[in-house]
Design a protein around this ligand. Structure first.
Ligand code: DP6
Length: 360
């Protein structure tokens, strides 16, 4: 599929005003996106579990101008307060998507957004935030062109969300999403995320992700800067090859429910992501001492308990603790007893695999 497929046909309806609200989830990558080309094209494919509890709710109100304007016109409210410092990011997003949504300068927008997780919890809100906004804009496009199919709607929402933030392309649907062209994944694309197209073992139908908030501070290095450091990175090419291989490997794991192999791939991906950060120029470390404490405790507990608890990491110090539903009664008490002390104020979020964004 080519980018031109996302240019709209003529709109058949005239819409003067209205509003729409979407609740869009975050997601956690099992195989990580780290490194991109121009126009938000990933250097390697990634795969993620869509989450359920961590989500952004965005209400978009729109009112048509009497005359089309030369610039975008919008107000932004974050958790009830006008937030002008978030506007440049939205403005950049609107510029990137304008050619695919040619009505943008015809309207004044009010964007009211809030997160289910606390602000500055160290949980990235770009995936849920950008996907929620992309979905709201798609709902307006659907009003202008009611003929758009559900499949095209989701695909274009993911395409637009990607232009806001790469990982946001994986937050439209659930429960497992692939984004990025991969030879062994039919229908995969660099332009948008797709639902994982192959069989998945029962054990992955309900999987827990308990997010341990180790460090709620501002990130020292943003994802955008981190992605850029993959240019001229001495290990980049090998890393991109490895991600392709890991995506092939995880397909049989997802099919047959081999949790030992699942753990090996997922933990290696998390540590490789951080290894890329530690070996870039300039180098940096986002893990904290408590991140390592938690990882060591997980390893020790896994050995002694015979459970399949494992961890993954985002571009930060927080730890995502993953485990299957049938081990919850053993693993969650362990988290409470042995891991929460390494979180700021024992702060954690009990999340699990989810099924995508919802229109409210
Ligand atoms: C480490 O999607 O936040 O979470 O495209 O620059 O907005 P931008 O980056 P972003 O990067 C996410 C990186 C990651 C891995 C992943 O989610 O695959």
């Amino acid at each position: 599929m080519k980018v031109a497929a996302f240019l709209p046909n003529d709109y058949t309806k005239n819409v003067a005003s209205g509003n729409v609200t979407w609740k869009s989830p975050s997601n956690i990558a099992l195989i990580k996106y780290w490194g991109k080309k121009e126009d938000q094209i990933p250097q390697n494919p990634s795969i993620s579990f869509t989450l359920e509890a961590c989500a952004t709710t965005t209400k978009l109100s729109y009112k048509k101008h009497d005359q089309p304007q030369n610039d975008f016109s919008f107000d932004l409210f974050f958790e009830g307060t006008q937030k002008d410092d978030f506007k440049p990011k939205i403005n950049t997003f609107l510029k990137r998507v304008e050619q695919y949504l040619p009505f943008l300068k015809d309207y004044h927008f009010t964007i009211e957004t809030s997160n289910s997780f606390p602000h500055s919890s160290g949980i990235a809100s770009s995936a849920s935030g950008m996907s929620a906004l992309a979905l709201c804009l798609m709902s307006l496009e659907k009003e202008l062109n009611p003929k758009i199919s559900q499949e095209d709607f989701n695909r274009k929402a993911s395409f637009l969300a990607r232009l806001g933030s790469g990982s946001a392309s994986r937050s439209i649907e659930g429960d497992i999403i692939v984004w990025g062209q991969h030879a062994n994944t039919i229908g995969s694309s660099d332009l948008f995320g797709i639902k994982y197209p192959y069989g998945v073992h029962e054990v992955f139908k309900k999987y827990h992700d308990t997010i341990l908030l180790v460090d709620k501070g501002e990130k020292q290095v943003s994802s955008t800067v981190g992605h850029d450091l993959m240019y001229n990175h001495p290990f980049a090419q090998q890393r991109f090859v490895q991600a392709h291989e890991n995506l092939t490997k995880i397909q049989s794991v997802l099919a047959d429910g081999d949790l030992k192999e699942f753990i090996a791939i997922v933990e290696s991906e998390a540590l490789t992501l951080h290894a890329m950060m530690m070996t870039s120029s300039p180098y940096f470390i986002l893990m904290k001492p408590n991140t390592l404490e938690i990882i060591n405790r997980i390893w020790k507990f896994r050995e002694t308990s015979g459970t399949h608890v494992c961890f993954t990491l985002d571009a930060g110090a927080n730890v995502h603790v993953l485990y299957p539903e049938n081990e919850k009664d053993t693993v969650y008490p362990f988290i409470q007893k042995e891991l929460l002390k390494f979180c700021q104020n024992e702060h954690h979020i009990c999340d699990q695999i989810g099924f995508g964004a919802k229109k409210l």
